[in-house]
Design a binder for this molecule. Structure first.
Ligand code: ATR
Length: 278
């Protein structure tokens, strides 16, 4: 066994429901590493103390989850440019010199989840429709723009939020009214739902897919349930689909690599193990 014990975890409030320990512990065991990944329940008023305490406690770093993803940025020393654009971090790495580095791996996780289903997926295949303009949408939009999406139609219940995001991120993003969500599917190559509609216990998403080409990839970042009404509707008319589990699993990979020095894989075994906890 290596002499250094590597310590990582996830800060959230509440955090008991997090699947991250199961994901990272699976990889620690698989690669026979000397370390662990723990739950770190941190109340909002103690976030600064907790983040600054990482170095003293000997942590390699941690994940940051709800409700700390935006606030944690104020407590790190360096922020990755993409994370700065997104306006949130989900990972902190304690660098050898003690510096706290903040990054956001959600966009990476989303794009990797598409490539699980279509290995040759490319952002420049055609227009993209994004439903929702919250935190998750920001990470996905930044990743899609960076990957070269030629046109992104951003649809949100509050049009002003979509417009502000389009103005802020610039590039190929246009804002659209919620009422127009059916029409903007015309000719799209990719559709992603980032709203909470369709999540277990929430209202369903009402969307008419008639205008969407049957070749379009349809994705939902929701993973409870794994097959949302949107995905079932898409499958019924022959569209390829991607559920939210892939994003959850893949977003963990760059963080694990940064702390443990090994880029892990998302295997069928890991998928089955995490699916069993949903
Ligand atoms: P997350 O961080 O997961 O993206 P969020 O920031 O709370 O969560 O964003 C939730 C998204 O779901 C928003 O785009 C929200 O629309 P508004 O910006 O108009 O609030 C969308 N959403 C939530 N409930 C909705 C509903 N009933 N109808 C349409 N959109 C809804």
């Amino acid at each position: 066994m290596a002499s250094t014990f590597i310590l990582a975890g996830v800060m959230g409030w509440p955090v008991a429901h997090s699947r991250s320990p199961a994901i990272h512990q699976h990889w620690i065991a698989q690669h026979q590493l000397n370390g662990t990944y723990v739950l770190l329940p941190v109340a909002p008023e103690r976030l600064g103390d907790a983040v600054r305490g990482l170095r003293a406690l000997g942590f390699a770093g941690c994940n940051i989850t709800i409700p700390h993803k935006v606030a944690a940025m104020a407590h790190v020393d360096v922020i990755d440019p993409a994370a700065k654009k997104i306006g949130a971090i989900n990972t902190i790495v304690v660098r050898p010199n003690g510096e706290l580095f903040g990054m956001n791996t959600d966009g990476f996780g989303y794009l990797a989840s598409l490539r699980d289903v279509q290995a040759d997926w490319r952002a420049d295949r055609g227009p993209v429709v994004v439903l929702g303009a919250g935190g998750a949408a920001r990470a996905i939009l930044v990743a899609l723009v960076q990957a070269g999406a030629p046109e992104i139609r951003l649809v949100n219940r509050s049009l002003d939020k979509a417009q502000a995001l389009a103005d802020e991120l610039g590039g190929p993003i246009t804002a659209h009214r919620w009422e127009d969500r059916h029409e903007v599917l015309d000719g799209a190559a990719l559709l992603v739902n980032t709203t909470s509609l369709g999540m277990g216990g929430q209202e369903p998403l009402h969307l008419d897919l008639a205008r969407l080409p049957v070749t379009a990839l349809v994705s939902d970042i929701i993973y409870v349930p794994l097959t949302t009404t949107l995905l079932a509707q898409a499958q019924a008319r022959g569209n390829p689909t991607v559920n939210g589990l892939g994003m959850l699993l893949h977003q963990a990979r760059p963080a694990f690599e940064a702390w443990f020095g090994v880029m892990p894989e998302v295997t069928a075994e890991l998928r089955t193990r995490i699916e069993a906890t949903l």
